[in-house]
Design a protein around this ligand. Sequence first.
Ligand SMILES: *[C@@H]1O[C@H](CO)[C@@H](O)[C@H](O)[C@H]1NC(C)=O
Length: 230
Amino acid sequence: MKIFTLLAAAAASIATVSGYNVIDRQYVDISIEYSIVQTPEITEKNVAQWVNGDEVTLQYKLENNEKSVVTVIGVGGMFANPVTNEIVTNLTRGQIGPITVAPGTSSVFEQRIGVDLIPDNYQLVPQVFIAHEDLIKVVACRGQLASVADKSISFFDPRLIFLELVLIASLAGLGYLVYDIWGKRYFAATQPVKVKKTTDATKVTSTGSGYDVNWVPESHLKQKKTKKVA
Ligand SMILES: *[C@@H]1O[C@H](CO)[C@@H](O)[C@H](O)[C@H]1NC(C)=O
C-alpha cells in the first residue's frame, strides 16, 4: 500500500483505527517528547493536579532519526489506573496534519485534552499515530501521573447562588412564621409596658400573682381563667 492511500484511510477514519499494535519506539527510530503547555514545569517526575473542566494542552516534539520520512497523522491515548494500568477512559482521537517529518528533522504539534473524570489519581498515556514505511503505527508516549479533582464551588457559582437564595427565602419564610405566631403577640404585649414604664413601672408590671402578666401568653392566661371557672 502506498503511503498516500494509508493517509487517506487514516484521515477518513483516525477515530476508528484499531487493530494496530502499540509499538515500542525502538522499532522506529524516532523520539517523541511532550510538555504540558499550561504547566511546563510538570514532568514525569511530578504529579499534575488537574481540575475537572480544565483543558490540558500537550506540546509534542517528534524527532525523526530514521532514513525515511515519518508522517504524524493523529493523536490519542488514555487515562489509566496508575496501579493496575487498567484503561479508565480512552481519549478522543484527533487528526493531526498530516505532518511530514523529513529524516534528521523534528516537528512540533499539539493535542488538547479536556479533563472530565471521576476525581481520582490517573496515569495519562498519550499516543501518537504515525505513518512510516507504508504502515500506520501507534506510538505510546511517556506516562504522566495526574491527580484529578472536582472544581471547588466558588461563592459566586450560579448553582450556589441559587441554593443561597433558596436558603435565604426559606429562612425569611421561617422568620416571618415565627414572628406571626409568637413575635406579634410578644411585641403587642411588651409595647404597653414600655409606655407605662415611664410613669410607674413597678405598679404596672407587678401583679399579685407573682409573675408579670405581660410576659405570659394570652392563651395561657385564658386557660387559667377557664380552669378557675370550672
Ligand atoms: C479503549 O480502547 C481500547 C482499544 O480500542 C478498547 O479495547 C477498550 O475497551 C477501550 N476502553 C475504554 C474504557 O473505553
